[in-house]
Design a binder for this molecule. Structure first.
Ligand code: PNS
Length: 166
């Protein structure tokens, strides 16, 4: 049986923490689908198309990754892809409550789909897309937090010059 894992999220933008989870998922599952949520309730910095492009560039060295977008319920999207696993990264204790609630809720919606949590690697335990955006907005260094092509896009968005290029 082929095991397909869906890794859903906003990815606004993708960080090295997300990529760490994706790389590890590729070793655990036959296929990993990174699924970018089109969420009309949020005003993202990057469009869905831009985020998909950023993730595709960042994962081109991985053979069993696909990048897609979805609307609506994650479990419905997982079903449409014949996936039995929803993958989420866990960083700190404060993630746990929200993630556990989401896992329980998804289980009530679709009993055959399991949520699998991967503990974020220690060096990315503090990292989030929001923190990266905040640092980039003020021209701080983010090269150790996101892929270089994403860092350049962030500095462009905020009309900042990358540190060291002044
Ligand atoms: O990267 P994020 O923003 O933490 O990802 C959250 C995401 C996209 C996984 C979550 O909001 C989600 O699954 N949204 C789709 C709607 C849904 O299925 N809701 C029910 C889960 S309680």
């Amino acid at each position: 049986m082929v095991t397909i894992a869906i890794y859903p999220g906003s990815f606004d933008p993708v960080t090295l923490g997300h990529l760490d989870i994706i790389e590890r998922a590729c070793k655990l599952f036959d296929r990993a689908i990174v699924a970018v949520l089109c969420n009309p309730q949020k005003t993202p910095l990057f469009t869905v198309e831009e985020r998909i492009e950023q993730i595709k560039i960042s994962t081109q060295h991985l053979k069993n990754v696909e990048v897609d977008s979805f609307n609506g319920l994650t479990v419905e999207y997982a079903r449409s892809q014949n996936a039995k696993v929803l993958l989420r990264g866990l960083r700190v204790l404060s993630d746990f409550e929200k993630e556990l609630q989401m896992a329980h809720m998804n289980k009530t919606l679709s009993n055959e789909i399991e949520t699998v949590f991967l503990a974020t690697s220690t060096e990315y335990g503090f990292l989030s897309s929001s923190v990266v955006k905040e640092i980039a907005k003020f021209g701080g260094s983010i090269e150790h937090l996101v892929p270089q092509h994403v860092a350049l896009k962030l500095y462009q968005c905020y009309a900042q010059t990358p540190p060291g290029n002044t």
